[in-house]
Write a protein that binds this ligand. Sequence first.
Ligand SMILES: NC(=O)c1ccc[n+]([C@@H]2O[C@H](COP(=O)([O-])OP(=O)(O)OC[C@H]3O[C@@H](n4cnc5c(N)ncnc54)[C@H](O)[C@@H]3O)[C@@H](O)[C@H]2O)c1
Ligand SMILES: [Fe+2]
Length: 391
Amino acid sequence: MNPFIFQSPTKVLFGEYTTTGCADLLLELGAKRPLLVADGFLLESGMLDPMIDNLRGLGEEPCIFAEVPSDSDVACVDKAAQLAREHGCDSIVAVGGGSVIDTAKVVAICLTLGGDLLDYQGLNCIERKLVPLVVVPTTAGTGSEVSFVAMIKDKKEGKKLLFGSPYLAPDVAMLDPTLILSLPPRLTAATGMDAITHGIEAFVASGTFSVATDALCLESLRLMFRHLPEAFSRGDDMEARSATLVASTMAGIAFTNSGVGIVHALAHSVGAKFGTHHGMTNAVLLPFGMEFNMEQAEQRFARIADYALASDCLEFSGKSDSYKAAFLLDRIRNLLVEFSLPKSLKELGLPELDDDVLNELSCMAASDPAIMFNPRETTDEDLIEIIKRAY
Ligand SMILES: NC(=O)c1ccc[n+]([C@@H]2O[C@H](COP(=O)([O-])OP(=O)(O)OC[C@H]3O[C@@H](n4cnc5c(N)ncnc54)[C@H](O)[C@@H]3O)[C@@H](O)[C@H]2O)c1
Ligand SMILES: [Fe+2]
């Protein structure tokens, strides 16, 4: 067996209404005055009331910041950090999708370390533990509740800033499926496709996967393929929501340890340039990235199909790896149709791409850390070709 390192410092709690135990968790972490960074829709809907009541048990009215935009940026982080300082907050609780959680992670950097945020951007530029961070994901997709990264936009420079460090792993992730029931079908599908992309890319990542990440990817993908269509068509199905929530956290732990690949590298550049939703962009690009990697990853794709899709296929026994890998790719394409998601970058809303834009996108993707883990070496020409095919 190849040597490997595996770490996942975040304590994960799963259960309906598990968030009503948040105050005790904060006390265990030595904190009692949290800044609550919350999704605006969930706050307005009253769905967070039980949790907020529980936080009142800490002795004060919780300080709440609920102004995170979908494409969160430096200005939003500054505003939240300022509010936290004014109220003497000693910790952060984040409840929302990846945008809210990533914002909270970067606010934790500001609160703990101060100074210029840009000094901490990049990989491993944070040198000590941050203020306690408890997160509650309300989409089943990004894996940010357990990952070591956060991405927010620098609107001035027109690019996404990446922060990557084990110190960005939240202390606790509380998975409460009741908080995802309200996620609309299209976002359920798009965020779910993000988790599926994490599972697939982490499983074929070059030289970094291990038996530990394999186990997480395979079971995460089995759960997703089985339950995402149910969560899409019946949003109030608690079992389906629970399965997708846990599966997306498992994929998050996997990609944190083994990395992602070309689909994420391209999705990051398209998202930074055109402001498209992360999961939706991955969904469009996944079949094209898989096609590009087919030769190098065929055996691994076949293993995914064997484990996660065998129940969908009556005739797997005796079939070749290429048959099974093609079956997996077809299943992904069919999911996009079933979910009425865009199948090309044009359908995603991108304008015609001239040579300058193609070069810009390929340059961004080539310098994205995700590309390092792709199983097939890529050139700028390869990246441009994939973008053109995906358009
Ligand atoms: N840090 C990481 O490891 C990591 C990994 C992947 C993506 N990301 C980042 O995550 C972001 C995308 O996150 P996302 O896909 O979760 O989407 P999001 O957080 O941008 O949310 C999308 C929309 O869904 C709404 N929403 C969220 N939960 C809801 C619920 N339960 N009910 C109804 N509406 C709800 C939000 O208000 C928002 O309008 C991107 O910024 C991306 O860069 C981070
Ligand atoms: Fe992702």
